[in-house]
Design a binder for this molecule. Structure first.
Ligand SMILES: C[S@@+](CC[C@H](N)C(=O)[O-])C[C@H]1O[C@@H](n2cnc3c(N)ncnc32)[C@H](O)[C@@H]1O
Length: 275
């Protein structure tokens, strides 16, 4: 308390409304990407991913194909046998870069996300960035989806090692089926990183639950794959959308939902009174 002689001025320090336990121990700085278990697990996982995916990266580099040819080959392979393609990649992480992960974390924090849905979780690297943002804001729910049961097992273990298991639910199987029953409420943010050709059907499945202002991030959202880009760049559909300037050519797209969720208005009349 300070006094200037006539008035006594009470100086208060206000603490943000964050749930108990949300602060990383010791520093009061709510950023679990910079230090602590989340940062350590991510560092280890990025190293493991680099080793596991090195041969795949080399194959693409040595085939001397252009980036466009690789995308076309992937889209063709998905069209022929989507499940078979990703089953063949069951040992690969195919993960976001640390820079992209940081961007995911920042978007989740920026839109104060409480419910996030991810299409394509693989071993859980991007899920950890997203769930870390939820943790640092005091809680929330991340619903991840993944075809491969072996990957989901590892993603769950990785989320647990980062201390985030209580915030994450991984649904095993084709996301077109596993997301169909809903996600338990309205959605603040969506990360699309599964089969390139399914971004539009997955978005349409989630669309009735998107909050106005919801952020949708597409990694590998290519114009050649299934109409997603045309759809989100048409404002008539209730979105504003732009390509992201980092990692050009990777099909990184940032989209904002401009409409609200569709609501069914039910009027019940009891003995002539309208409720
Ligand atoms: C690019 S990886 C995801 C990487 C992850 N987001 C990360 O950064 O750590 C794509 C994953 O989507 C999965 N996938 C593809 N199509 C799917 C579908 N229809 N339903 C569920 N998972 C799918 C694949 O098995 C693969 O593991």
């Amino acid at each position: 308390m300070r006094s200037d002689g006539r008035f006594r001025i009470l100086v208060l320090t206000l603490t943000p409304n964050v749930a108990a336990g949300a602060f990383p121990k010791g520093n009061g700085n709510v950023d679990s990407l910079s230090s602590g278990p989340v940062a350590e697990v991510l560092k280890r996982l990025h190293q493991e991913a680099e080793a596991a995916d090195a041969r795949l990266a080399q194959t693409y580099a040595s085939e001397a194909t252009s980036h466009e040819q690789i995308i076309t080959q992937f889209i063709d392979a998905e069209t022929r046998d989507l499940e078979g393609l990703y089953h063949g990649l069951a040992g690969n992480f195919l993960n976001v870069s640390p820079e992209f992960g940081r961007f995911l974390y920042m978007c989740a924090r920026g839109c104060k996300a409480q419910r996030i849905v991810e299409f394509g979780s693989s071993m859980g690297i991007s899920a950890i960035y997203l769930a870390a943002a939820l943790r640092d804001m005091g809680g929330g729910r991340l619903i991840g989806t993944e075809f491969e049961p072996g990957k989901v097992e590892r993603a769950r273990a990785n989320a647990a090692a980062a201390g985030l298991a209580d915030l994450v639910e991984f649904r095993v199987g084709d996301a077109r089926e596993t997301l169909r029953p809903g996600v338990g409420g309205d959605i603040d943010m969506v990360m699309l990183d599964g089969a390139f050709t399914l971004y539009l059907p997955i978005l349409k499945l989630l669309e009735p639950h998107l909050k106005p202002g919801a952020i949708i991030i597409g990694e590998n959202a290519f114009a050649e794959a299934g109409g997603y880009i045309d759809y989100v760049r048409d404002s008539e559909n209730g979105y504003l959308s732009l390509p992201l300037s980092f990692n050009p050519g990777r099909g990184n797209e940032l989209t904002v939902r401009t409409k609200g969720p569709r609501r069914l208005r039910v009027e019940i009349s009891v003995e002539g009174a309208s409720l």
